[in-house]
Structures are given as C-alpha cells and as structure tokens.
Design a binder for this molecule. Structure first.
Ligand code: AMP
Length: 186
C-alpha cells in the first residue's frame, strides 16, 4: 500500500503516520525528518536546506524531487510506504507522478487531515516549547501555516481530480482520528 498523508502543520500528521505504518507494516517517509537528518549530518543537501527550513519556507522543489527519486527506489520501499510532508507543491506532485510512472508504481490513497488554523497555531507553539525545534517559534509557525494554505492546500484539488483524495476530520483525540483514517484504508 502506498499512501500520501497531507494536512496543515500541527494537525498531528506525524503521530497518525506512525499509527498507520505500524498497522500496515509499511515504511514512514517524512521529508521533514529526512531533511533534519541531512541538516544534522551537515551534508551538502542539509546545508542548502537549512536556511529555508529555519525561515519556515519550503526547500526548493528540485532538491526534494531528487532526494525522493533516490529514496523511493531503495529496497525498503518495496513493501509500501506512507509519504508524510511530501508532495508539498503542485510541481512536486507532478514530479512525483513522473517518478512513479518511471518506476511503475501508483499511489493508493491520499488522506488529507483537516483542522482549524487558530487551534493549530496554539498546538504548535506548545510543541515548540517542549521540543526545542528551531522552526517552532510563533513567527515561523505562522509563516509555515501561510505556506501551507498558499502552496500545499491546492493539492487537494489535484488529488480529487485523480479520485485519490479522502478528507478526514483532524480534530479529536489521537485514537479517534486514527480510527477515521483506518475506516478509509480498510
Ligand atoms: P515538516 O517536518 O514536514 O514540518 O518539515 C519541516 C520543514 O522541512 C518545512 O518547513 C520545509 O522547510 C522542509 N520540508 C519538508 N518537506 C518538504 C517538502 N516536501 N518540500 C519543501 N520543503 C519541505
């Protein structure tokens, strides 16, 4: 099974992603986590990505597409995967489509978690205090929300047209939301 999990920053994508991959025994590919590892490793890609990430901006599409083209061809992806945080723009979605065509794969489901913006900013400010993530300050959080609504939310239409989109209410307890997602997938 191959799944794309979408939703605004703070909606709880990471937590839900873990629950879903455990259930279906597929791998969790979070581009945010992959990029943070590149930054920590001070790799060439990490050095390029860091300034965009710290400003709450998107890392350029070309870098993401190269990174994911390599990643999706690794052996562990054969059993299926959940994409968390990718694609984030229409050019990334189009790029992903051509990568998948090339490697003879298709996406089975796109799950879009929906939630109210104010609630999300509050949650993220709290998470920033707890995790010390350098992009979890209030100013950067607001920036990331704007980026989401401007660049990423149009992907809903992209995937609706392809009959892959399933919108799931992202407000509630963690198990409630997991159950709503599982209902779509089972
Ligand atoms: P996340 O953990 O998904 O919130 O990602 C953290 C940061 O990594 C984002 O604010 C972006 O700067 C960068 N990033 C992650 N995924 C992508 C992507 N698909 N396209 C561009 N930038 C990304």
């Amino acid at each position: 099974m191959r799944i794309i999990l979408m939703g605004p920053p703070g909606v709880g994508k990471g937590t839900q992603a873990k629950n879903i991959v455990d259930k279906f025994n597929i791998i969790h590919l979070s581009t945010g986590d992959i990029l943070r590892a590149e930054v920590d490793g001070e790799t060439k890609l990490g050095k390029k990505a860091k300034k965009f990430m710290d400003a709450g901006k998107l890392v350029p599409d070309e870098l993401l597409l190269n990174m994911m083209e390599n990643r999706l061809q690794q052996e562990d992806c054969k059993k299926g995967y959940l994409l968390d945080g990718f694609p984030r723009t229409i050019p990334q979605a189009e790029g992903l489509e051509s990568i998948l065509n090339k490697i003879n794969q298709t996406i089975d489901y796109v799950i879009s978690l929906t939630a109210d913006e104010t609630e999300l900013v509050n949650r993220l400010v709290l998470r920033g205090k707890e995790s010390g993530r350098s992009d979890d300050t209030e100013e950067v959080i607001r920036k990331r929300q704007q980026v989401y609504w401007r660049l990423t939310s149009p992907l809903s239409d992209f995937y609706r047209e392809r009959k892959l989109l399933h919108e799931v209410d992202g407000l509630g307890t963690i198990p409630e939301i997991t159950n709503r997602i599982l209902k779509v997938l089972e």
